[in-house]
Design a protein around this ligand. Structure first.
Ligand code: AMP
Length: 349
């Protein structure tokens, strides 16, 4: 059964605030989350399997203060975490492993857990983006494919299994009977801005009742499409695939920041009216075309792996903070600020 916002706040009320901890699954952006919490003086808990523990111990400054060892990362030790006064920070692997169970977890989570349902369901996600006035690629009926399209498998699989098709015949050859989405292929430069929305302060770039910060921008390396020129040069034929392997930093021409900030602001304000808001980190996946028009094809309602590029701050946080500020640290900072102002319930539900 879904846990209510009131119940989460009741659990939070029972927490010993002096012993508040930050917890997450050891995966995705965990090194950064633990590192950032350490910089802000908050203790951390890593949920891990026995084998994975060693990886985190290999990075002492990104290692959690304590581990909870589980057999299967799909089972979040809910009760243990709430007994430890923990706030769970959801990242991509938390969403992937825990799925719909997230809405019933009793452990308080950073952000609005309802937003994760909006990122997981493609129809809802597109409703969110189009209601925010963002341009999006057309979704195409397989029988009407008349241009290059990306065929997407369900879920946040990091692009795995996606293919490009240009005709209905090509589509049915590979995807007959499968539950997939066919999306117009966007041509241009991929730009993935990372935002942080804080409802706690009105200083800075205003959005909804608070402020919006642009923390960084990335682009991804996907196998095999991002090294396709090599395959071409080697004279091999190949079919493009989009499995995410890593990320690289991107700085956009400064005149594009206006549109990037406006898209973020609009997503925040639309989230407010559609499902009660999106405090904390989120990211858009966009393509900027040759006319400098942005098209958004995905939103992540949480920290994204692209933020791992700047554990010591990005070319954008340099203008927001005097000290090195990662997204992980920004999260910990927000929890501290909310705690001080007695407003945890504004950022945790
Ligand atoms: P996603 O699962 O939506 O994050 O997509 C994984 C990757 O597929 C993206 O990072 C893009 O490189 C590529 N991709 C997804 N949708 C499109 C699109 N409509 N046009 C072009 N490339 C896309």
């Amino acid at each position: 059964m879904n846990i209510t916002r009131e119940k989460i706040h009741e659990i939070l009320k029972g927490y010993d605030k002096k012993k508040l901890k930050i917890a997450t699954i050891c995966s995705h952006t965990a090194l950064q989350i633990f590192h950032g919490a350490r910089q802000e003086g908050i203790k951390t808990i890593g949920i891990t399997t026995e084998g994975r523990k060693k990886v985190y111990e290999a990075f002492p400054l990104g290692c959690p203060d304590e581990f909870i060892v589980v057999d299967d990362l799909r089972s979040i030790p809910d009760r243990e975490l709430s007994d430890e006064n923990a706030i769970l920070v959801p990242h991509g692997s938390v969403v992937e492993y825990s799925g719909s169970k997230l809405s019933s977890l009793r452990v308080p989570m950073l952000g609005n857990r309802e937003s994760l349902a909006w990122e997981k369901d493609r129809e809802k996600m597109f409703k969110w983006m189009t209601s925010a006035g963002l341009q999006v690629p057309a979704t195409i009926d397989p029988d009407k494919i008349d241009r290059p399209c990306v065929v997407k498998l369900p879920g946040a699989k990091g692009g795995r299994g996606y293919r490009v098709v240009s005709t209905p015949e090509e589509f049915y050859e590979q995807f007959e009977g499968m539950n997939v989405t066919v999306q117009e292929y966007l041509i241009g430069v991929r730009v993935y801005p990372h935002y942080f929305y804080s409802p706690l302060s009105k200083e800075g770039y205003r959005a909804a009742e608070g402020k919006l910060e642009l923390m960084g921008i990335d682009r991804r390396f996907e196998s095999n499409i991002d090294e396709a020129y090599r395959t071409d040069h080697a004279g091999l034929s190949f079919s493009p695939s989009f499995t995410v392997v890593g990320n690289e930093l991107l700085v956009v021409r400064e005149s594009l920041l206006e549109d990037i900030m406006l898209m973020g602001k609009s997503m925040v304000e639309t989230a407010d009216s559609l499902f009660g808001g999106i405090p904390g980190p989120f990211c858009l996946e966009t393509v900027c075309d040759e006319n400098l028009q942005f098209f958004a094809f995905e939103v992540s309602a949480r920290i994204v792996a692209g933020t791992n590029i700047y554990p010591l701050g990005s070319p954008y946080t340099a203008y927001l903070y005097e000290e090195p500020m990662s997204m992980g640290r920004r999260i910990a900072r927000e929890i501290k600020l909310a705690l001080r102002a007695n407003k945890l319930q504004k950022i945790i539900f």
